[in-house]
Design a protein around this ligand. Structure first.
Ligand code: PLP
Length: 386
């Protein structure tokens, strides 16, 4: 029996996307593949609502996308401000430091976001080159106020880098309208393609900052100088070679981005909000507490939920026994105390009800007191209201 995969990436993928992965592999200079790659690049720009940005599609995971952004923007000695909401913000800081940046953290306790005032206070001291934001921190289920943060960076002449690995194509993000400089993501979360692609849309100010570097990018594989001619060539309908592109993954990306755009970005953001609301109604009906400190900072892409008293991480195995795969905790301070449910990409009402039902059965089996069906009813009521 196949389980329903409800973790914060990889997620359930559409059959048409998986078919593209299983199709015969074209040569990377085949005209048919050139057309596919060129279209995928254009579609990535549309999904990120970033008409002025340069898209990059590179073989690797989301962490490589983070490293590409940093390696190309940061030179040794540059100052970076990290809006720190958890595990993946710490990872961004580690990458920044490895590339020679002097990092200042603005931290909030796990489950919360730092105040905009505190971020502005740091920015107004001046001297920062880059501000990084984790749009959704997958370790806490916290949604950062990306628009306000990138606008604050822009006001102070600081480049904004937004880690959208657990957010792109799920959480509202309008790169050009908000004047965000770099949006980075990966294939396997809300973008809807199996793991293996690092994706970035790099705005004109960030490209300019890269062009004006005084020092060479420290890694050949990460250097925009190698990748830019490739992306430009494929988009112009011509082949070019630096490193072999992952042909089938790019074809799958093209299919998924086409599906995302067919749904429409606003409709897709709204669907993720509706599904997240239904999940939150279910958690509350079961008497469970979210790790995010309020609904205003709770992500729409996933839920991070504390185990109730008397229940521990064995719950994750119990839920799998009920046919649904959820994830344990990730934040180092709390990881034995909560579980995570991804609700991204193709997630719909059927997935919500199946997941809530499985959790309800597993929780009751683990000794949690909750009226059978109460959580399913709460999710259902939320879905009916819409
Ligand atoms: C998953 C994730 C990453 C890392 O992506 P990998 O593909 O695992 O390297 C980075 N940032 C965020 C916010 C994530 O959710």
């Amino acid at each position: 029996m196949r389980d329903l995969l409800m973790i914060p990436g990889p997620v359930e993928f559409e059959p048409e996307v998986l078919q593209a992965l299983g199709a015969p592999t074209l040569g990377h200079t085949d005209p048919a593949f050139i057309a596919v790659f060129g279209r995928a690049l254009k579609r990535l720009r549309e999904v990120c609502l970033a008409p002025s940005a340069q898209p990059f599609v590179v073989s690797g995971s989301g962490t490589l996308a983070m490293e590409l952004a940093v390696a190309n923007l940061v030179e040794p000695g540059d100052a970076a401000l990290v809006v720190n909401t958890g595990y993946f913000s710490d990872r961004m800081a580690k990458i920044l430091e490895r590339h020679g940046a002097r990092v200042t953290h603005v931290r909030a306790p796990p489950g919360d976001v730092p105040s905009l005032d505190e971020v502005e206070t740091h920015l107004s001291k001046g001297g920062f080159k880059v501000l990084s934001v984790t749009h959704v921190d997958t370790s806490t289920g916290v949604l950062a106020p990306a628009e306000a943060l990138v606008r604050a960076a822009r006001k102070h002449g600081v480049l904004s880098v937004v880690d959208g690995v657990c957010a792109t194509a799920a959480e509202t993000f309008r790169q050009d309208a908000w004047e965000a400089d770099v949006y980075l993501t990966a294939s396997q979360k809300a973008v809807g393609v199996p793991p293996g692609l690092a994706l970035l849309t790099v705005g004109p100010r960030a490209m300019e900052a890269w062009r004006k570097r005084k020092t060479p990018v420290a890694s050949v594989y990460a250097d925009f100088a190698e990748w830019l001619p490739i992306m430009e060539a494929y988009e112009a309908g011509k082949p070019a070679y630096f490193a072999t592109p992952p042909v089938n993954l790019v074809a799958a990306l093209d299919v998924s981005l086409g599906q995302i755009l067919a749904e429409g970005m606003d409709a897709r953001f709204a669907r993720h909000q509706r599904m997240a609301r239904a999940f939150r109604a279910a958690w509350k009906a079961m008497g469970l507490r979210l790790l995010p400190t309020s609904d205003a900072v709770a992500a729409n892409a996933l839920s991070a939920v504390y185990y109730p008293d008397g229940v521990d991480a064995a719950l994750v195995g119990g839920v799998k026994g009920q046919g649904v795969v959820v994830a344990g905790g990730l934040h180092p301070d709390l990881k034995t105390r909560y579980f995570r449910v991804g609700h991204m990409n193709r997630v719909g009402p059927a997935d919500v009800l199946a997941t809530v039902g499985a959790l309800e059965r597993a929780l009751i089996a683990a000794g949690h007191r909750s009226e059978p069906g109460a959580a399913v009813a709460a999710a259902q009521a939320s879905l009916i209201v819409g």
